[in-house]
Design a binder for this molecule. Structure first.
Ligand code: XIL
Length: 322
C-alpha cells in the first residue's frame, strides 16, 4: 500500500521550499505541504529584497503567513536566507557609505530579521553562495567588497546574538559537480569552525541532474558530514534534461532513472550519523512550479510530484531510500 507521507517514513525532517502565493491559492499544493512534510522554507519570501524593500521598511506579511502555516501544521521553519549577493533590493546595491555604514546595514538587517522570527524560525541559512567557481570567495559580492572577507564571520555572530537558540547554516551549491567549489566551501566552513564562529550546519543546495553520478552525490554528502556539522540537503531537485533540449519529454525511462537517483541520495543521507541529519528539503514541491523551467527555459521535471500534484516514481524512490 502507498505510504501515508514522506514525514511518516523519514527518520529525519523532510521539507520543501514554497511559494506563498501557491500556498494561498492552490488547495492541492497546500494539502501536500500540510500532509507530506514536517519542515518548510520560503522559496523567496525571506530573502533580503522581500523582507526589507526600502531602507526604512520591512514587509513581514508573506513570511509571517508561512510561519503561521508552519505552526498550524507542526512544521519546522528553515529560514532562507539572511545574506546573499543576489536578490538584493536596489537601495542596497546603490547604497553609498563607508565600511562602518555597510557594517551597520548588514548587522541591522540580520538582527531585525532574526529577532522578528525568534522562537518561530528554528534555523537560518546565514550566508548563501559566498564561494565562486574557482573555490575562492566571490568577488562580485557587495558584502565582501565593502566589508572584507571576514563579513561571513560577523554575519554568523550577529545572527547568534539575536537568537542564541537558532541553528546557523552556511549554504552553497556545486559540492557534487565541482571539486574546486567543494574544496573552497569546506575550507571556508572549517575556517569558521576553527575561529569559534557559531556555525551549526552546512547546506548543500543539490540542484543536481541526471548527468551527475550517484557516487559524486554521495561524496558531496559524506565530505560535508566530515566537517562534523549538521548536514542539510537543502534545495534538492534533479534535472532530467541537462542538455536543455526544447523538445525533450518525460518518458517512463527518464522517470525510472530519476527514481533511482532520488533513492540513492536518500540512502546516502540516511546512512549519516543521526545527530548530523538535519534533513532533506526539495526546492518546491511539484514539477508544475519548479524554478528550473524558468532557469533553463526548457522542459523540466525535477521534483517528486508531477504537474498535477501526484506522486511520481521519484517520490517512490525517496520513500524506498528513507
Ligand atoms: C530561486 C527561486 O527558486 C526563484 O523563484 C527566484 O526567482 C530566484 O531564486 N539558489 C538559492 C535559491 O539559494 O534562493 C534560488 O532560488 C535558487 C538557487
Amino acid at each position: 500500500p502507498p505510504v501515508a507521507s514522506l514525514k511518516s517514513v523519514a527518520p529525519f525532517p523532510v521539507g520543501a521550499a514554497v511559494s506563498i502565493n501557491l500556498l494561498k491559492t492552490r488547495p492541492a499544493y497546500r494539502q501536500l505541504m500540510a500532509t507530506e512534510y514536517n519542515s518548510i522554507t520560503a522559496e523567496n519570501a525571506m530573502k533580503f529584497g522581500a523582507l526589507h524593500p526600502s531602507a526604512t521598511t520591512y514587509n513581514w506579511v508573506d513570511a509571517d503567513y508561512l510561519v503561521d502555516f508552519a505552526q498550524q501544521n507542526n512544521m519546522r521553519v528553515h529560514g532562507h536566507t539572511l545574506l546573499w549577493y543576489n536578490s538584493l533590493p536596489g537601495w542596497v546595491t546603490s547604497f553609498q557609505g563607508d565600511s562602518a555604514a555597510w557594517e551597520n546595514l548588514m548587522k541591522t538587517h540580520i538582527q531585525t530579521v532574526v529577532t522578528h522570527f525568534r522562537g518561530k524560525v528554528q534555523a537560518w541559512d546565514v550566508v548563501n553562495e559566498a564561494i565562486d567557481d574557482n573555490g575562492n570567495l566571490r568577488t562580485t559580492n557587495v558584502w565582501r567588497q565593502h566589508l572584507g572577507d571576514q563579513y561571513i564571520d560577523r554575519a554568523f555572530q550577529y545572527a547568534h546574538a539575536a537568537d542564541p537558540a537558532a541553528l546557523l547554516f552556511y549554504n552553497d551549491y556545486g559540492h557534487e559537480y565541482s571539486t574546486a567549489r567543494r574544496t573552497g566551501i569546506l575550507a571556508l566552513v572549517n575556517g569558521l569552525k576553527s575561529r569559534g564562529v557559531p556555525i551549526h550546519g552546512i547546506g548543500l543546495q543539490m540542484h543536481t541532474s541526471s548527468n551527475i553520478t550517484d557516487a559524486r552525490i554521495a561524496e558531496a554528502i559524506t565530505t560535508a558530514a566530515a566537517t562534523g556539522l549538521q548536514v542539510h540537503v537543502a534545495e534538492l531537485d534533479i534535472s532530467m534534461n541537462p542538455s536543455r533540449s526544447a523538445s525533450a519529454t518525460f518518458t517512463p525511462a527518464l522517470a525510472a532513472a530519476q527514481k533511482v537517483k532520488y533513492k540513492a541520495l536518500a540512502q546516502t543521507f540516511k546512512a549519516l550519523p543521526a545527530a548530523q541529519r538535519y534533513g532533506i528539503t526539495t526546492w518546491n514541491v511539484a514539477d508544475a512550479d519548479t524554478w528550473k523551467r524558468n532557469d533553463c527555459s526548457c522542459p523540466e521535471w525535477p521534483l517528486p510530484f508531477d504537474d498535477n500534484y501526484q506522486r511520481k516514481p521519484a517520490y517512490d524512490g525517496l520513500v524506498e531510500g528513507l
